[in-house]
Design a binder for this molecule. Sequence first.
Ligand code: FEO
Length: 390
Amino acid sequence: MEIVKLRDDIYYVGAVDWNVRSFHGYTTNRGATYNAYLIIDEKITLIDTVKEPFAEELLERISEIIDPSKIDYIVSNHVEMDHSGAIPAVMEVAKNATIVTSAPSGLKGLQAHYGDKYNYQTVKAGDTLSLGKRSLTFVATPMLHWPDNMVTYCSEEKILFSNDAFGQHYASSKHFDDEVDMAVVMQEAEKYYANILMPYGKQANQAIDIVQSLPLEMIAPSHGVILRTHITEMLDKYRYFCSEENEKRALVVYDSMWHSTEKMAQAILEGFKKAGVECILYDLKENHISDIATQVLKAEYLVVGSPTLNTNILPTVGAFLTYMKGLSPKGKKGFAFGSYGWAAQNVAIIQKELEAMKVEIIKEPIKMNYVPTKEQLREIEEEVAELIVG
Ligand code: FEO
């Protein structure tokens, strides 16, 4: 097995999940990695583990370097099972290891997942653990994106083990940022931020303040590539992601039964174009909500349409609204639209959901009975153009 070194005696020992295409509903078209790191010092330390099905791969990688039974510490930065899932397999081999986790949430979470049969040592923000020549300092990052989250800093090596923060779902045979296409890494970092961290922008901003105050030569996240050349670029991107600044862009997101709502969506799109606003049309039958969420992150306008279906809206539109509500996008403007046959519940339901996610409603819903005429579509186009320009 290939041995990947970050520094002398610091190794990547994680796993590449080439074929995963859904990460609890977030589409991972480029696969994923679960990164774990091994530090060989007076105390042998494993930073995070991997998803349970990859436990054997983790242990094999460790075995290429050292007998896994010699592990003294397992630092668990985050309880979620893509990082803690292999703890039982490692503990089976390293029977005397101590699991280092945050107090109280890390301990509570790990015990709820794996029981209280292991040796646990809790740490809080600022605590330091000596490994011998090196030491680890723990930085609490609660709600980025679970209450237990922390990141681990090794000051002697200037490496931050950042867990989910700065991660990307991106499988590759190369493990460093300067060995791969950075444009792709940034796209995946944005998708990751949008779908996992968007609700926690305030916490992300605070964490970036702390991270920027540390002398850093490497950020080793638990997903995707290790940053050693593009650290500033990634920190600047994160600062931008978590700001409430939006770009002049409109997303028109819809589903349609017999193309009437679709025709309205296209007329609305033409209105935005006429007003000089960049816009993107998303048919929910063809696009995944996690890809649309990535675009929502920085778009100023979010316009959503559905026809009425049985006094409700199409389930695709309902799923999109539910997903976006959970992600709490900031500073959006928008309105609802859709065609109906005999009852226009559709637009009221959509508007209510937009309001619940604090979208500023800039227009009464646009509703059309059955099939819009060419004249009506022209009117929609003009109305939207005037609204945006005016
Ligand atoms: Fe990569 Fe929140 O786990």
